[in-house]
Write a protein that binds this ligand. Structure first.
Ligand SMILES: Cc1cc2nc3c(=O)[nH]c(=O)nc-3n(C[C@H](O)[C@H](O)[C@H](O)COP(=O)(O)OP(=O)(O)OC[C@H]3O[C@@H](n4cnc5c(N)ncnc54)[C@H](O)[C@@H]3O)c2cc1C
Length: 507
């Protein structure tokens, strides 16, 4: 049976490249394709009603970036506002990028991709998507699949099942499914969690709620500072052009981040001391920092949320918010009973307990009819996978802005596509070299390096990594920014199919 966009002869709509997702990475992909591969046809399929990804689906109060927008924004489009931005500001910036570069014509909204099937015989991906309005199935084919679908399941946050939840008479809200009409003015709120999301929800709700309690099992590191960047302010005072302000500020931020990251690994105790001193300054000497703000892990092994102008801590110091560090025993009719025996009464419980990580947007992949389990593959630099032809995945940085990697990968993919075209290759897939064959294989991320719970929960479904840099997502922007543009596309890692000449590994 043909689907609505197939021809009578059963031919699906075809594009050279199909991008999955219109978040910050998918839009970067479209921008680079237009500029660097002008003859390449492409489409973006997006499940939601609009662009923005994370910044479109997250609607909880106070939602904002914790990265600065000079580096979370694109290198090619100056960011002119304060560095930490709200979701609305990020969406408006992305809207300008789409408009200025005429990218809207490439995006098809309300298209959720369900399956992706590669056929060696056809040298194509066959993509089946469901259309939101009608629920009908539509089919596309493409030569190259560019996965920009992020790393977690949108609209389905992670809420651990707790005893007694069904008995609770108040409202439970997850930041990924925020009820648009939730009125919290004058209410008692408990926010479960203490990550970046909790750090934004707590001060925002505390403005009008009767009281907000942040309930955490264990503490998190935070950095505090002004929502401003001194060098950008100075350059603007000197009336320097915004494009220059953006570039210079980006370089300064990246330089400072590199220094901070090095320091976290070289002298973690000193960094810990400095981070806790910031909190002590805001909460005063009598506050129990040891219990509530001293994590068990070392700095940067989990994301460190930036708290602009210390708003979370100011709310606590003013008595509008408080922190409880304890374990949940069960929900009750009126709130939450803790293992210590205390009970927190709440009209509203916000479960800022993280998200469910997924791999490749929950799309069922097959290769020549066989189901593909990405855990059976080894990653090439965290963006391609052994045995998987014509596919690149954008998985950004945790210790630097995600977008820096979206752009590095975008430039690489365009270079690869142009190289394939120039050399008559119809497909490419990375494969272990002879010298890599006995390489030890590990889970996606080294636990000593980065270990949040959502990642630990997903290791069994993520691709594996080897013990050499080429076979890892190194999380190291400062080296990758030089390594990626220098990748030799005829390295024996890349196996090309060049029909006119027979299969060749390298020429
Ligand atoms: C609350 C929150 C705050 C964050 N703050 C920061 C920050 O400050 N700095 C930072 O660097 N990172 C941050 N991150 C990480 C963040 O997700 C990334 O930075 C970035 O926004 C990801 O962009 P993306 O385009 O790669 O993916 P996403 O933003 O996840 O967008 C992916 C898009 O793909 C679509 N999609 C997924 N599956 C399918 C499918 N099967 N079919 C069709 N479409 C599909 C989705 O609908 C979505 O629109 C944050 C994450 C969260 C959850």
């Amino acid at each position: 049976m043909t689907t609505p966009n197939e021809t009578a002869r059963g031919e699906a709509e075809h594009f050279d490249v199909l991008i999955v997702g219109a978040g910050i990475s998918g839009v970067a992909g479209a921008y680079y394709l237009r500029g660097q591969c002008p003859d390449t046809s492409f489409v973006i399929l997006e499940a939601e009603d609009s662009f923005g990804g994370t910044w479109w689906t997250h609607r909880s109060p106070g939602i904002r970036s914790d990265s600065d927008l000079h580096t979370f924004g694109y290198g090619f489009k100056p960011w002119v506002g304060p560095p930490i931005a709200t979701a609305e500001e990020i969406l408006s910036y992305m809207g300008e990028v789409i408009e200025e570069n005429d990218l809207a014509q490439y995006i098809r909204y309300r298209h959720r991709i369900a399956t992706a099937a590669w056929s060696h015989a056809d040298g194509l991906w066959r993509i089946e998507a469901t259309r939101g309005e009608t629920g009908e199935s539509v089919v596309f084919t493409c030569n190259f699949l560019w996965m920009c679908q992020g790393y977690y399941r949108h609209n389905e946050g992670y809420t651990p099942d707790r005893p007694g939840m069904a008995d609770y008479q108040g409202t439970i809200a997850h930041p990924e499914n925020w009820p648009a009409d939730l009125d919290y003015a004058g209410k008692n709120v408990v926010v479960i969690g203490s990550g970046a999301t909790a750090a934004t929800v707590v001060p925002a709700m505390a403005e009008t709620a009767a009281h907000v309690t942040m309930l955490q099992r264990s503490p998190t590191f935070f950095r505090c500072g002004r929502n401003a960047i001194e060098i950008a302010e100075t350059l603007r005072e000197l009336q320097v052009d915004e494009a220059w302000v953006h570039e210079i500020t980006r370089r300064k931020i990246m330089h400072d981040q590199a220094t901070f990251t090095d320091q976290c690994f070289a002298d973690p105790e000193e960094v810990k001391h400095q981070l806790l001193a910031q909190v002590r300054d805001l909460l005063g000497p009598d506050y129990d920092i040891d219990t509530h703000f001293t994590p068990y892990y070392l700095p940067w092994r989990q994301r460190i949320a930036f708290v602009p102008d210390g708003d979370l801590f100011k709310g606590i110091a003013a008595g509008k918010a408080s922190v409880v560090t304890d374990h949940i025993e069960r929900f009750t009719e009126r709130g939450i009973r803790l293992q210590s025996g205390a009970e927190l009464e709440a009209d509203i419980v916000v479960t800022a307990t993280g998200f469910n990580m997924n791999v490749m947007g929950d799309i069922a992949f097959t290769i020549d009819g066989k189901p593909l389990d990405f855990h059976d593959t080894v990653t090439y630099r965290g963006m391609m996978f052994t045995g998987v032809p014509n596919l690149a995945w954008v998985f950004g940085y945790f210790r630097a802005s995600w977008t820096l990697r979206s752009e590095l990968i975008a430039a690489f993919v365009c270079r690869l596509l142009n190289h394939m075209k120039a050399t008559g290759a119809t497909s490419v897939e990375p494969a272990l070299r002879d010298e890599d064959k006995d390489m030890a294989l590990f889970d996606w991320m080294e636990e000593d390096s980065f270990n949040p719970n959502y990642l630990k929960r997903a290791l069994s479904i993520l691709p594996r990594r080897g013990d050499k840099r080429e076979w890892q997502h190194t999380q190291d922007y400062w080296r990758e920014k030089d390594e990626f543009p220098a990748i030799d596309l005829e390295d024996e890692v890349f196996h090309y199919r060049r029909p006119a000449r027979t299969d060749v590994a390298a020429e």
